[in-house]
Design a protein around this ligand. Sequence first.
Ligand code: NAD
Ligand code: IPM
Ligand code: MN
Length: 353
Amino acid sequence: MKIAILAGDGIGPEIIAQAVRVLDTLKGEGLDIVLEYGLIGGCAVDATGEPYPEMTHQLVSHADAVLLGAVGGPQYDALPRPQRPEKGLLSIRKSLNLFANLRPATLYSELADASSLKREIVTGMDILIVRELTGDIYFGEPRGIEMRDGQRVGVNTMVYSEAEIQRIAHVAFQAAQKRNRAVCSVDKMNVLECTQLWRDVMEETGKEYPDVTLSHMLVDNAAMQLVRDPRQFDVIVTGNMFGDILSDEASMLTGSIGMLPSASLDSQNKGLYEPIHGSAPDIAGKNIANPLATILSVAMMMRYTFNQDDVAQRIEKAVQKVLSDGLRTRDIASHGMQVLGTKEMGDAVLTEL
Ligand code: NAD
Ligand code: IPM
Ligand code: MN
């Protein structure tokens, strides 16, 4: 298992350190794990001038899987766009063809009181958001800020080809077959032609999966339904931009954005694994960030890239036990609970593991 570790910026190094301890433990038990380290994002810009250096590309191209912390920070916000840390993340996703982003928003029952919604609304919530990751307005051309009739005009373009929609549809339907067999496709077909095609292709592809129920929802309604009754959803499939927004929203229903892992897969299940949150500059360097989303991303790596479902379950069970023991980082602590730091949460998970 050749794993490239890209810690990135802000809280990235702190949360990655705890996930690496989990990998080291598994290695110590005999799993054939080799870790190699590289730079991405702002730290890569500082060292090389580029957010996704060629060396990093070589490293991840030869690895079986990538574990990534987070990129970005206010000190980089004035850089020209090609040098922005976020460009590094977009480049690695695009160059490895990681089109399928799986973001499971599952409530650990122990965290019902940390949810921003009432316990009775979130209990049992278990949603898989399947976000298309290499297309949409994120990558469409033309793009830029240009002069038109003497004023600046900002341009981005939403584009999806039917092949791109088909392949993410298959991922969503096949994931649903292993769950509760319901896919809700989220679009904005009442306004955007691009998403009319999205809906049409979802319908066509859905015919190959008669055992899965396909429904459609407009994205504004979906944002509302997620906080009204999140348990109505099994698999949500949507484009890059809507998936970005809805997954941050869904994360808070599980207690914190610090709880949500993700897998970004190509067609061979080579994968990049990362928490869905960012570099959290407001809490970086303070040992208070929640490392569980990153540790749970290691579980997803074991499941999807390495087919080690038993190892994945062990990690998930260790996290569950820590939570049922009442151990919490600040973001998920309810009133009166003992609050652990990032490293101490890592200690607790290792003990259970
Ligand atoms: P963010 O996700 O970094 O932070 C949003 C809020 O959630 C902050 O209050 C933060 O403290 C909190 N938070 C995030 N992760 C946490 C954790 N593990 N534990 C506890 N609290 C946590 O989003 P933002 O503030 O909008 O963005 C900050 C920077 O991160 C920006 O430069 C942005 O571009 C970048 N970003 C990177 C990624 C990524 O690398 N995948 C994702 C999102 C944002
Ligand atoms: C995420 C992030 C990224 C995205 C940014 C940092 C490019 O928000 O991984 O969710 O928009 O995809
Ligand atoms: Mn995001």
